[in-house]
Design a binder for this molecule. Structure first.
Ligand SMILES: [Zn+2]
Length: 350
């Protein structure tokens, strides 16, 4: 993306393609002679992709989120396996950026598996969580306490076939372009957001009572598309209503990915986990039933990391390459309309 669409992230450096996973070959029998059946060898332990414990064998005691998403850290954490049914940790990203609370890791695994079951054929691309010990992580103002994750939208080619997701800004008509070389239109790749699949993931995430989602940062027009899709497929009213409250557009418009944040778990609250407002009524009720009360993070006491704005990134790139292709300039002009305060009258969220 050449840094054109920095939101709360620094442009990711392109890394070489991840090697294909090794496949076990089915040994062919070398003779058709019937033989006494050999005892089945015990299956090889398959291991967890990327290493680390199998999250399904753990529970909330495996992790502790301390402090706030913007200034906190992780006292202990769980790595998201680099792949699982229906998802992959972005192979362009450093795998040291895939640590979270057990609750977050489990939520990603379960919601992507649920979306995969109802809508097989495409894969959720998961971006940064936190570093193993949390704390400052380059390119983000938050993602420090293991409760934040960036996920790409599911994308498709214009003919509806699946497209390997990457951070491509989605316009209000649901289309997007990977401009690649910004000086020419020759290499442009056109995509669409796969709204039904993206809704399937969000619906599964928020609809799972065990997941205490606090926020979903996403551009206003994608929020609208997802809520319409939820209505169209007859999603549970309470889930739709919650998603409507949870999704909102922050100052960085989040038009090329969603940023999901979980509330502190009751155990973590006791250990010093700090939430950010609003604590929704249904979540207050849940905390009350667990015998705890959320502690809110105060105003930031350390300076907010300086992140590259889209405008600055575009200008820097323009200085480097001379002039952009007119299609890129057209996109940057259109983008001003939704990079500002949403026209719907809804406020920016934090
Ligand atoms: Zn993020």
């Amino acid at each position: 993306m050449l840094g054109l669409v920095a939101c709360d992230r620094a442009p990711a450096a392109e890394a070489p393609e991840a090697p294909a996973p090794a496949r076990a070959e089915n040994p062919q029998p070398d003779s058709a002679e019937p033989e006494a059946p050999e005892p089945e060898p015990a299956p090889e332990p398959r291991g967890v992709p990327g290493g680390g414990p199998d999250p399904s064998t753990l529970d909330g005691s495996a992790s502790a989120s301390i402090g706030s998403p913007t200034e906190g850290h992780l006292a202990s954490s769980v790595p998201l396996p680099t792949s699982g049914p229906g998802y992959v940790f972005n192979p362009r990203k450093d795998p040291s950026r895939r640590y979270g609370t057990w609750e977050l890791v489990r939520a990603i695994i379960d919601a992507s598996a649920a979306a995969h079951e109802t809508h097989p054929g495409n894969t959720l691309v998961v971006g940064d969580l936190s570093l193993a010990a949390g704390g400052d992580i380059n390119g983000h103002a938050s993602h420090r306490a293991g409760r934040d994750v960036d996920v790409m939208f599911y994308l498709q080619n214009p003919d509806g076939t699946p497209f390997d997701a990457k951070a491509i800004p989605i316009e209000p008509d649901g289309t997007g372009v990977d401009y690649k070389d910004l000086t020419t239109a020759d290499d442009d790749v056109h995509v669409r957001i796969d709204v039904p699949r993206t809704w399937a993931f969000i619906g599964a995430l928020v609809g799972d009572e065990r997941n205490h989602v606090g926020r979903i940062f996403v551009v206003e027009h994608v929020r609208t598309m997802l809520l319409e899709e939820g209505k169209r497929v007859g999603a549970d009213k309470a889930v739709l209503e919650r998603v409507g409250h949870l999704m909102c557009q922050p100052k960085f418009p989040h038009d090329d990915h969603m940023h999901i944040r979980l509330f502190c778990s009751p155990d973590d609250i006791t250990a010093g986990c700090l939430d950010t407002a609003p604590i929704f009524p249904w979540h207050k009720k849940f905390l009350k039933s667990a015998g705890v009360k959320a502690s809110l993070a105060g105003a930031r006491s350390t300076p907010r990391p300086k992140l590259t704005s889209t405008k600055d990134a575009a200008q820097k790139k323009r200085d480097e390459v001379g002039a952009f292709d007119p299609a890129v300039d057209g996109f940057l002009e259109r983008r001003k309309a939704w990079a500002k305060k949403p026209k719907t009258g809804r406020k920016y969220c934090r």
